[in-house]
Design a protein around this ligand. Structure first.
Ligand code: FAD
Length: 474
């Protein structure tokens, strides 16, 4: 009998296997633990949470809370087990991690259509419907296979992510739009966000910035600094607390090669940043008519123009410290950090180049990817793409058209982002409202706006569930 193979019994793989099995598909789920542990996992349980026991906000009008609600409405195993093992955590959904992982394991093991095999998969099955959900710490043998399939330049081994701020929180009375020397869509090789751990690419990527909707004014938002502001910023940056890297990250020789964290550059000399990522050349502050002493550039991060990343600001500072120190930058005093910068080991593929929004591999119709390996970041983001991969793999086996969730849902917005972002500068992404299309009628107050996003998302999801979904079949 035809079966679906799911590789990896983490959050995404367990969800993918469950979704397919619930639709009557026979599933074999491979998990290499406990025989082979990853550097972060400690147990043999499926869906082990490797760090925090919090799955983030449970409030439905917050982006992570909305995603949870959407997953519940789609019959998510991970959400059902999380709800059943929740511990008090205010507006967040936190779980008893042991009870949670054991419950997921039991429900998978007890499912009549799932065969759980404790075995490392070292090669990608051929001519077999497969979901790969091996996560950020995919075993070496399989990672080499994935690299051979995708091309080595499309597989990365670590993240060095710059923070992303919401456009609406940038003070444009202090910051100004411009491209260096007035060139729009300029290339910014030396200031690129820098994340690149691909086996064949240790040089730091060269990124073509996405074209700004207002390119006549310049592609970048520039935060100008005086000499005094620069000095204060460097002082605070040097004094800020950093996260200590885990042993396995320190051992990875490739970890720091390609892109230095902004605080490490600052340690190389007082003016290192002013001659590096903060260099002001080719820029004139329209308010003073002069070249600033230093400039922090923000680059558009999504097509809607609601998110901007801090160019060259990959960092290992603690999140609270990032907020404190980066808000010293003129124009970012009230910045809302949609994503903080971070550096950690993270195996992921270049999904915009490789996947369809159905989570199907472009080069092989019977192969799907789900979870953090696709760039949907975090426990719930990983679960979400795992759900889509499992659901669509089941539909493919049943001969039904594949599903693309509407971009107005958080699930659809996340899948759309990771499969349509700029491949040159692609980085993993957590759920956030900035990924969604603008509301038809603008809503001024942030809280009301988020409520409107939520109402629209849940209505559109209901319509999608009722069968009015996009057809993503290949
Ligand atoms: C150190 C660290 C800390 C993190 N902390 C947080 C946090 O606090 N909050 C948060 O939201 N996210 C955190 N993350 C991200 C987190 O990993 C993801 O959110 C989530 O676990 C990803 O789910 P996944 O199913 O894609 O991968 P995983 O949960 O990692 O599951 C992948 C599974 O595949 C198995 N596997 C790997 N290779 C093979 C193979 N070849 N054959 C068979 N099985 C295989 C692994 O053993 C694992 O069980 C952290 C990640 C790391 C690395």
């Amino acid at each position: 009998m035809a079966e679906l193979v799911v590789i990896g019994g983490g959050l995404a793989g367990s969800e993918a296997a469950w979704q397919a099995a619930q639709r009557g598909i026979q599933v074999t789920l491979y998990e290499m633990r406990p025989d082979r542990l990853t550097p972060a996992h400690r147990t043999g349980d499926l869906a082990e949470l490797v760090c925090s026991n919090s799955l983030g906000s449970n409030l439905v009008d917050r982006a992570p809370g909305l995603l949870k609600e959407e997953l519940r409405r789609l019959g998510s195993l991970i959400m059902a087990c999380a709800d059943a093992t929740a511990v008090p955590a205010g507006g967040a959904l936190a779980v008893d991690r042991q009870a949670f992982a054991r419950l997921v394991t039991r429900r998978i093991a007890d499912h009549a259509h799932i065969h759980l095999r404790r075995e490392e998969v070292k090669s990608i099955p051929r001519r077999t419907l497969t979901v790969i959900a091996t996560g950020p710490l995919t075993s070496e043998a399989l990672a080499a296979e994935i690299a051979a399939l995708t091309g080595q330049e499309y597989l990365y081994f670590y993240d060095a992510m710059a923070p992303i701020v919401s456009y609406e929180s940038i003070d444009l009375s202090r910051a100004f739009r411009a491209s260096r020397y007035g060139r729009d869509s300029e290339r910014d090789s030396e200031q690129n966000s820098g994340r690149r751990g691909g086996v064949g690419d240790q040089t730091g990527g060269v990124g073509e910035p996405p074209t700004s909707s207002s390119s006549s004014e310049g592609d970048y938002i520039n935060c100008p600094m005086t000499g005094e502001e620069y000095d204060r910023f460097v002082d605070e940056l040097l004094a800020a607390e950093t996260i200590s890297l885990r042993q396995f990250e320190q051992e990875d020789a490739k970890f720091f090669e390609a892109c230095l964290p902004v605080e490490v550059i600052a340690r190389r000399g007082r003016e290192a940043l002013a001659y590096g990522p903060l260099k002001p050349v080719g820029l004139v502050d329209p308010r003073t008519g002069k070249r600033p002493y230093a400039v922090v550039q923000l680059r558009q991060d999504n097509l809607a123009g609601t998110l901007y990343n801090m160019v060259g600001f990959q960092t290992n500072l603690r999140w609270g410290e990032q907020e404190r120190v980066f808000r010293l930058i003129p124009g970012l005093e009230r910045a809302e950090f949609v994503r903080f910068g971070q550096m950690h080991r993270n195996t992921f593929i270049n999904s915009p180049a490789l996947l369809r929004p159905t989570m199907q591999f472009k080069g092989r119709d019977d192969l799907f990817f789900g979870g953090q390996i696709t760039g949907t970041e975090g426990y719930v983001g990983s679960t979400a793409s795992g759900l889509v991969a499992g659901l669509n793999a089941a539909r493919r086996m049943a001969g039904k058209p594949l599903i693309v969730f509407p971009p107005t849902t958080m699930l659809g917005a996340l899948c759309r982002y990771v499969t349509s972002a700029e491949p040159e500068s692609f980085q993993p992404m957590k759920p956030n409202f900035g990924l969604m299309p603008a509301l038809e009628r603008p809503v001024r107050r942030k809280r009301d706006r988020h409520r409107a996003y939520t109402q629209r998302a849940l209505a559109d999801l209901a319509a999608a569930i009722a069968g009015q979904v996009g057809d993503g079949s290949s």
